[in-house]
Design a protein around this ligand. Structure first.
Ligand code: NAP
Length: 258
């Protein structure tokens, strides 16, 4: 049973990029089960279509639009399709991302650019289009999914870490610019979340990650619950923050004491 009222997001419309798989799918489903109408957008139509079928079987009003978040025109078309169907947009979750492990010496110029383009530029494109076309006049929420890489170096993650720290910076800037428009902008930095493509690609999300202080590998529901909180009235005075949802991994320096 969920911890939030089942009508928490009733009457609201949400967009989740990369909402057909992993964490994004969990977020989209949770928003839908709490009453939001949900659009998911990414590149693979067959993945999106299958996810929307599952959402609809759960009674969720859902749609999908194919989109590469690197392309501003495609992003604008997603926002237009949402406004045409539901005439509003209230919640934007920037979850789409690319990642693969590579040392800098084995990472091509293009490989670095591709991840920065998807994670950072994609987040900018979607946020800007959603703000200009809807949120600036109606208010709402933006939640950016990043990673807990601040104050750390992570081997084989130069591209992802740089992009995600740019995303956190964007979260703060957007919070300042959009606050007067009634738009709250926050981030979530997930730790290792099990059963996701992201973790499978990094060969992680296994029992090594269960060594976090809370002792288990996170689930998409852990991230979805944080999104519900940030988009709820319980977080009415919270903006420009990045909430680390990682079982305590990022603050665990106990190896220094062993
Ligand atoms: P995932 O399943 O690989 O999801 C990535 C999603 O992004 C896919 O649905 C993919 O769909 C979409 N995508 C990729 N490139 C795109 C593009 N150019 N345009 C539009 N959509 C694109 O990953 P995940 O593991 O669930 O991760 C979700 C988010 O959490 C990501 O932001 C990730 O960095 C972050 N995160 C995850 C973990 C973890 O433990 N899994 C930890 C820290 C942070 P298409 O292929 O159809 O485009």
């Amino acid at each position: 049973m969920g911890v939030f009222r089942s009508d928490l997001c009733a009457g609201r419309v949400a967009l989740v990029t990369g909402g057909g798989t992993g964490i994004g799918r969990g977020i989209a489903r949770a928003l839908g089960l709490h009453g939001a109408k949900v659009c998911i957008a990414s590149r693979r139509a067959e993945v999106l279509e299958a996810a929307v079928r599952d959402f609809e079987a759960d009674g969720i009003d859902a749609m999908w639009v194919p989109c590469d978040v690197r392309d501003g025109a495609q992003v604008e078309a997603v926002i237009d399709a949402i406004l045409e169907r539901w005439e509003r947009l209230d919640i934007v979750v920037n979850n789409a991302a690319g990642n693969f492990p590579a040392p800098i010496s084995g990472l091509s110029y293009n490989g670095f650019k591709a991840v920065v383009d998807i994670d950072l530029r994609g987040t900018y494109n979607v946020t800007k289009a959603a703000f200009d076309k809807a949120l600036a006049t109606s208010g709402g929420h933006v939640v950016n999914i990043s990673a807990p890489f601040d104050h750390m170096g992570v081997a084989y993650q130069a591209h992802c870490a740089a992009a995600k720290m740019g995303v956190d910076s964007l979260t703060r800037t957007c919070a300042v610019e959009f606050g007067p428009h009634g738009v709250r902008v926050n981030g979530i930095a997930p730790g290792a979340i099990g059963g996701t493509e992201g973790m499978a690609r990094l060969g992680s999300g296994d029992e090594r990650d269960a060594r976090c202080p809370l002792g288990y590998v996170g689930t998409p529901d852990d991230i979805a619950n944080a999104v519900l909180f940030l988009c709820s009235e319980a977080a009415a005075y919270v903006t420009g923050q990045v909430l680390c949802v990682d079982g305590g991994s990022a603050v665990d320096m106990s190896q220094l004491a062993r």
